[in-house]
Design a protein around this ligand. Structure first.
Ligand code: VGL
Ligand code: ZN
Length: 201
């Protein structure tokens, strides 16, 4: 069983959003077109309470500055993907109807969750692993936003958990903050993730 895992294709990560990723909306049509080729389609949704600890405003800090958190250094983001807001909604053109499952993450006020599998403490599970295993899904293709944060963390965790993981970079876009895209692609490769550019692996 081969699933397409669509990471955080939400308004706040698209142009005019609160944490806009360049070209974030360009991937939506391609993701919709790809959905038909998979046994399952799973969407993730960044889903923060107001005042989340990953927000610069919570610390009276500048967006994109760094802070030390109990589980390591944390980028402080602009307020984004606040539960129930339009910014947290999926891009209106994303084919949400095709999704079997929607996984929300980042709802714990004290800790960020880039990965679809674990919060940033790297141990609190979202439940996605159990969902995939009980459905017999062993192969994952990841697409979405942003390549260097949530796609990267999700792909590396999936590979560590033993899934066969491909990231299709042609259906991802990056924040690319301070070399983060290069660090992410190196880290994914080192973890055994296959990186493609639109070609079938
Ligand atoms: C993301 C930063 C903060 C992402 C989510 O989806 O890549 N990045 N929250
Ligand atoms: Zn977030």
């Amino acid at each position: 069983m081969h699933a397409l895992l669509v990471i955080d294709v939400q308004n706040d990560f698209c142009p005019n959003g609160a944490l806009a990723v360049g070209g974030g909306d360009e991937i939506v049509a391609g993701i919709n077109a790809a959905m038909g080729g998979f046994d399952a389609v799973i969407l993730t949704q960044d889903w923060h309470p107001a005042g989340h600890s990953s927000f610069a405003s919570t610390h009276d800090a500048e967006p994109m500055s760094m802070i030390e958190m109990p589980c390591g250094p944390q980028v402080l983001w602009p307020n984004h993907c606040i539960q129930g807001t339009d910014g947290a909604a999926f891009h209106p053109a994303l084919n949400v109807d095709r999704a079997d499952m929607i996984v929300r993450k980042g709802y714990n006020p004290a800790i960020d969750s880039y990965s679809a599998f674990f919060e940033n403490d790297q141990k609190t599970p979202t439940g996605l692993e159990g969902y995939l295993r009980t459905r017999g899904i062993t192969i994952l293709t990841l697409v979405g936003l942003a390549t260097d944060f949530c796609v990267n963390y999700s792909a590396v965790d999936a590979a560590r958990l033993g899934f066969d993981v491909t990231v299709d970079l042609s259906l991802c876009r990056a924040i690319d903050f301070d070399g983060s895209l290069q660090t992410a692609t190196d880290g994914m490769t080192a973890a055994g993730v296959t990186l493609t550019n639109g070609k079938v692996a």
